[in-house]
Design a protein around this ligand. Structure first.
Ligand code: PEP
Ligand code: MG
Length: 878
């Protein structure tokens, strides 16, 4: 038998997501449960992959199967495609495994042409409805399938309304709709040089192709990269019998959630529109009524919907996001899926579901996406400042958080301004999928139209970006790049602040403060901590960072980059004196000046970490980074240091390197100038002794030697450290232990990790440099060319953000094994940026590291990711 690519809804179930996509699998599951679902079929994700394999063609075999299933669908529905007597019309919708904004979403009313529309008019006895459906179809098909400008169609409608002197679409009658159909078709012909396709079968195949094509559009690719969705998953296509929410006042369409997606509150939440089709709700063109209103408008339909919603939630054991249509008083379910929600709602729902006995703690831990926690940890407006600020308008509190930035009016401008370092708030009439890149970089999103389920609201919540939607009082002038609100005119580049938790809008910059964590969050993180095996440490160079990390639950400092302490105004002079010194004695003198600063910093770090391990990394960057480059600075600094400009130039020239990241840095500095390591050791050990003497904490400092590639160089530096440390400890008379370890960040260190472990008491994988050196990609410049690699699908994600498991990961795994062979109790961690990236954390768990270390704000994310990794592993083994 040939391969099966197409499935009736009655043939699938919820566990077939990989093949049918999320939407298809859930439509099948609802069908199985006997819910009122308009029937149809799903073209599988395998057909999509095949389409790409065949050079972006749907091959004859798959086309034949699609038509065969269209026949089966006709039988089930008792209507025929393109039958003027009683036509079957369909919707065509994409549905990947994971819901993916940016891809083609929906085409409605497919199957109409000049003949069929007349039949539909007669059959329904409602010609206005028939022609309204037809004009919508032409519009959507031209836009989505044929990629004509949506805006032009809207302009044609606006022009028609102006001619008639009316404001609303609903004020256009049958003849007007007919006229719009003709104008649309004329515009289509003008643009495409051919007639609008009249054969419904051609329409169908073109629509399926368009869905497959949209899997590879730039917006989908951006979203996939952000969310690490593999390209080879492909998307499914759902072809479903149309039911009509726009067939009169007993009809309507809406979107609803079983719980509030912004707060998590347990109550049916949503919106609907009477006499409308799906896209009217999502596009935000008309402002919908709350779902509670349906109870008054159509009590029986409401009761049935509420019952189904409850059943679906129990069935999926999660909050559901459902689309429905009412056709002449009869309810149809068009979709259900686990609803997207804010971080706060995700926590509340997870905790409530446990309390309601629906899921256990382990399951709850898996329900919150680690990255989402970010939204809870990010700043809110300063309470005092916001009290004094003047609210100039209010919209819907669509996605919480506070945002302050300069106004821009297009996604392109948002991107451009962001690239030059500006913080922006994107202001739009409404957003659509093509705005995604601008939305990603904006601090906040403000829209004039659209409800809580509009594109802007849904996408912003998913990204954890603050959003205020549907502020109808705003009058936007895109041409002049300005808007008016509350009697004020705000121009592009002016500051505004928006509060996604209240909907308030302010025409001024308002300072923000860090978020505080409590309530559900604490309880939830407690569960996560119960399951995780990895420890989570933080990268912190200052006592402030250390305190922040500790308050977020860090169990140690995995990386203190000491060079950051040298850059400070008061210290850089001594550092420069050290660099320009041409003999050891002068160098030591300069280092003596730096020592007390370092010691003070280390004491503060130990105290901030309340006795947890603190890993101090010795000086790492090339020394030229501490010297000026501009001529006027060179002169000033030469004066300050009491040397001639010529001498400073000489030093700068002598430090010049063609490849500084592979140059005189890391432990190579300590090999050349052991006095630097001596000074740093003295500061580390003295600080630990002082804090230990105070009696509250017993400190065991961890000294970390960077950029080691050969055991002998590690031994060389370690000997320097040990000689000094032992001497100081002996003199102090207290019993103090310390550890000397290394970073594994050069491939050679990973390859010879068994030898390195003879000297190193711990390894910390510096995956920033390890990625740089394994790929041979400069970590500072790769951004310039990686886009080409994404475009050509050579790499699907940034190896500096998500660990490259195949290559870099192989080195990590190997080094961990080799290290443990030599020293079974060696402590293994990671301190590159990957330490706070959820998929990389999962990798670290799987290869058996002891801890991950990441920036303070990512500590909770890493804690949760580590717990999820442990639970997933346990479940896979069970
Ligand atoms: C690393 O290379 O991964 C690392 C943590 O060190 P740095 O980023 O300071 O080079
Ligand atoms: Mg490094």
């Amino acid at each position: 038998m040939s391969h099966k690519y197409v499935y009736l809804f009655s043939e699938g179930n919820k566990d077939m997501r990989e093949l049918l996509g999320g939407k298809g699998a859930n439509l099948a599951e609802m069908t199985k449960a006997g819910m009122p679902v308009p029937q149809g079929f799903t073209v599988s994700t395998e057909a999509c992959t095949q389409y790409y394999k065949d050079g972006r063609q749907i091959n004859d075999e798959i086309q034949a199967e699609i038509y065969e299933y269209l026949g089966k669908m006709e039988e089930i529905c008792g209507k025929k495609f393109a039958d003027p007597e009683n036509p079957l019309l369909v919707s065509v919708r994409s549905g990947a495994r994971a819901s993916m904004p940016g891809m083609m979403d929906t085409i409605l009313n497919l199957g109409l042409n000049d003949v069929v529309v007349e039949g539909l008019a007669k059959f329904t006895n409602n010609p206005r409805f028939a022609y309204d459906s037809y004009r919508r179809f032409i519009q959507m098909f031209s836009d989505v399938v044929m990629e004509l400008s949506k805006k032009r169609f809207e302009e044609i409608i606006d022009q028609k309304k102006a001619e008639k002197g009316v404001k609303l679409d609903t004020e256009l009658d049958t003849e007007d709709m007919k006229d719009l159909v003709n104008r649309f078709k004329a515009f289509y012909k003008e643009e495409k040089g051919e007639d609008f396709p009249t054969d419904p079968k051609v329409q169908l195949m073109e629509a399926v192709k368009a869905v497959f094509r949209s899997w590879d559009n730039p917006r989908a690719n951006v979203y996939r990269r952000m969310n690490e969705i593999p390209y080879d998953w492909g998307t499914a296509v759902n072809v479903q019998a149309m039911v009509f929410g726009n067939s009169g006042d007993k009809s309507g369409t809406g979107v609803a959630f079983t719980r509030n997606p912004a707060t998590g509150e347990k109550a049916l939440f949503g919106e609907y529109l009477i006499n409308a089709q799906g896209e009217d709700v999502v596009a935000g063109v008309r402002t919908p009524s709350p779902i509670s209103q349906l109870q008054q408008d159509m009590p029986e339909v409401y009761a049935q919907f509420a019952e189904i919603a409850g059943r679906l939630e129990k069935h999926y054991k999660d909050m559901q996001d459902m689309e429905f249509t009412i056709e002449n008083g009869k309810l149809y379910m068009l979709q259900t899926r686990n609803g997207k929600r804010t971080a706060a709602a995700a926590l509340k729902i997870a905790v409530d579901l446990v309390d309601e006995g629906m899921i256990d703690e382990e399951e709850a831990v898996l329900r919150v996406e680690p990255k989402q926690l970010d939204a809870l940890l990010h700043p809110q407006f300063d309470a005092e400042a916001v009290k004094k600020a003047k609210v100039i308008g209010k919209g819907l509190a669509a996605s919480p958080g506070a945002a302050c930035g300069k106004v821009v009016f297009s996604a392109e401008d948002a991107k451009e301004w962001h690239e030059r370092g500006e913080k922006v708030v994107l202001v739009r009439l409404e957003t659509s999928p093509e705005d995604i890149e601008g939305m990603v970089v904006a601090e906040g999103i403000l829209t004039v139209r659209g409800g809580m389920t509009s594109h802007a609201a849904v996408v912003a919540r998913g990204m954890g970006t603050c959003c205020v939607s549907g502020c109808g009082e705003i009058v936007v002038d895109y041409e002049k790049k300005q808007f008016t609100l509350g009697g004020l005119t705000i121009k592009e580049g002016d500051y505004i602040s928006i509060d996604g938790s209240t909907g308030n809008i302010y025409a001024q910059a308002i300072p923000t403060v860090a978020a505080s964590i409590s309530g559900d969050f604490g309880r939830f993180m407690g569960w996560a901590d119960k399951y995780r095996k990895l420890e989570v440490w933080t990268n912190a160079d200052t006592p402030r960072d250390a305190k922040q990390g500790r308050s977020f639950g860090a169990q140690g400092i995995g990386l203190c980059r000491t060079e950051h302490m040298f850059f400070e105004e008061t210290r850089i002079k001594a550092m420069r004196e050290m660099i320009v010194a041409d003999n050891t004695e002068d160098r030591k003198k300069a280092l003596d000046k730096i020592m007390p600063y370092q010691q003070g910093d280390f004491e503060a770090l130990y105290e901030a970490m309340e006795g947890c391990p603190v890993t101090i990394r010795f000086l790492d960057p090339p020394l030229h980074e501490f010297l000026p480059t501009k001529e006027e600075d060179i002169k000033e600094i030469a004066d300050e240091l009491g040397i001639t400009v010529a001498r400073l130039h000489e030093v700068i020239a002598s430090l010049h390197e063609f490849n500084p990241m592979m140059g005189h840095r890391g432990c190579r500095l300590a090999v050349s100038y052991p006095e630097i390591a001596e000074m740093q050791t003295t500061a580390v050990i003295n600080a630990a002794i002082n804090v230990t003497k105070k009696g509250q904490y017993k400190i065991t400092p961890h000294i970390m030697i960077p950029l080691v590639g050969e055991v002998k160089e590690l031994k060389f530096v370690k000997d320097v450290v040990v000689a000094i440390a032992d001497k100081i400890i002996k003199e102090s008379g207290i019993d103090m232990k310390y550890e000397v370890g290394t970073m594994i960040e050069i491939p050679r260190a990973a390859l010879t990790a068994d030898e390195i472990a003879t000297e190193a008491e711990f390894f910390s994988f510096g995956t920033n440099d390890l990625t740089q050196m394994t790929f041979g990609f400069s970590r500072d410049d790769a951004g310039k060319f990686l886009d080409y690699y994404y475009e050509n699908k050579i790499y699907e994600s940034d190896p500096f953000a998500h660990i490259d498991q195949k290559g870099v990961g192989k080195l990590v795994k190997m080094a961990a094994e080799l290290g443990r062979k030599t020293r079974p109790d060696i402590h293994l961690g990671i301190c590159g940026e990957h330490g706070g990236d959820p998929t990389s954390v999962e990798f670290c768990h799987n290869v058996g590291l002891n801890y991950v270390s990441c920036s303070p704000f990512r500590v909770p994310i890493a804690r949760l990711a580590a717990a999820q990794a442990a639970i997933k592993e346990k479940r896979a083994k069970a």
